[in-house]
Design a protein around this ligand. Sequence first.
Ligand code: IMP
Length: 188
Amino acid sequence: MGLTDSASVRDMDMPPTLLSESEIQSRVDELASEIDATYADTEMLVLIGVLKGSFIFLSDLARRLKVPHRVEFIAVSSYGAKESEHADPVRLLMDVRHGIDGEDVLLVEDIVDTGHTLAYLKRLFAAHEPNSVRTCTLLHKPDRTEQEVPIDFLGFTIPDVWVVGYGLDYAERHRTLPYIGELPPEMR
Ligand code: IMP
C-alpha cells in the first residue's frame, strides 16, 4: 500500500462533521460572553469540569472568561444496565479539592444525554450550600431526556446520534478531534 492509499484509509476513519471547529469556537465565544454577563459581580467563579469529556471545552471556555475564576475537576461514572436498579445511576469517582461553601459554582459538562449525570451533580453540589449552582453544557440531546435538569448555558442542541471529538469519545477514541463528528453505527 502506497502513502496515498494509507492516507485515504485514514480519511475513512474520520467521523463525518456535525459541528465544525469554527462553529464550535464562535459558540464558545458567545457562551463566555453570556457567562461573563451573568457573573459580572462575582468575585471568584468556581468552574467545575466533569472529566473526561469536558476537558477541552472547559479549557477553551475558561481562557475566554473575563470574570475571575478558578477551575476544579470531578470524575463520575455511570452504572451499567445490570445495576440500573441502583437508586442513583451515577457514582462520584473524584471530588473537588477545595470546598465550595458560599461560592458561585458553574458545572461544565460536555453533553447532557439522559440528564442523570447533571441532575446527580446538581443535587450533590447543592448539598454543600454554595451561593449558587448553575449548569453549562456544550451539547444537549433533548430526545434522550429521562431526567429534566435546567441548563443555564447551552452550546448546541443535537439529534439522538453518537458524537465524538472536542473531548467526547467512543471507547476512548476520537476524543482529540478539533470538530464534533457523528459516529455512525458501522464505525463503532
Ligand atoms: P447522561 O447522564 O445520560 O446525561 O450522560 C452524560 C454522559 O454520557 C456524558 O458526560 C458523556 O460522557 C456520555 N455521553 C452521552 N452521549 C454521548 C455521545 O454522543 N458521545 C460521547 N459521550 C456521550
